[in-house]
Design a binder for this molecule. Structure first.
Ligand SMILES: [Zn+2]
Length: 141
């Protein structure tokens, strides 16, 4: 949740949000002084990049970020937190964070504790296999 402070959110469409990296001011000041102190760099063309991620919300209110952190790791990314804070702030609410239901089942402690033990009954292992194979596709906004 801390990293979400480094981003700003803008709603560009009804279901599309753009998250722009604002960066830390100390890094920017250090970089700008390094550029200003070096005359060779000043004469060279420097491409300017901005880190912008896009989050789309589908008809079921599930968020999909183009960083694909949720799809690869199974946890929310800072961009999703930024959108949730933005939407809550727009509705005069306070975003308090995600719950244990907002991560994939393989990260739950009961899954880690029970599935890999040989002493766990087969029907419980099968139950967890079903849960993991039908996991959440993303976070609800
Ligand atoms: Zn993301």
């Amino acid at each position: 949740m801390y990293h979400s402070k480094l981003y700003s959110c803008k709603q560009v469409d009804q279901s599309i949000f753009q998250i722009k990296f604002q960066g830390g001011s100390t890094i920017d000041n250090k970089l700008s002084s390094e550029i200003n102190d070096n005359t060779r760099i000043m004469s060279a063309p420097i491409p300017l990049f901005s880190k912008i991620h896009t989050i789309q919300v589908n008809c079921n209110k599930i968020m999909f970020c183009d960083c694909y952190f949720f799809e690869s790791v199974g946890m929310f990314c800072a961009h999703m937190v930024c959108v949730c804070k933005f939407v809550a702030n727009t509705n005069n609410e306070v975003f308090t964070g995600f719950t244990h239901r907002d991560i994939v089942n393989r990260w739950t402690s009961s899954y880690m504790q029970l599935v890999f033990k040989l002493s766990t009954p087969k029907h419980i292992q099968k139950y967890y296999d079903t849960l993991v194979s039908n996991d959440i596709k993303g976070l609800m906004l």
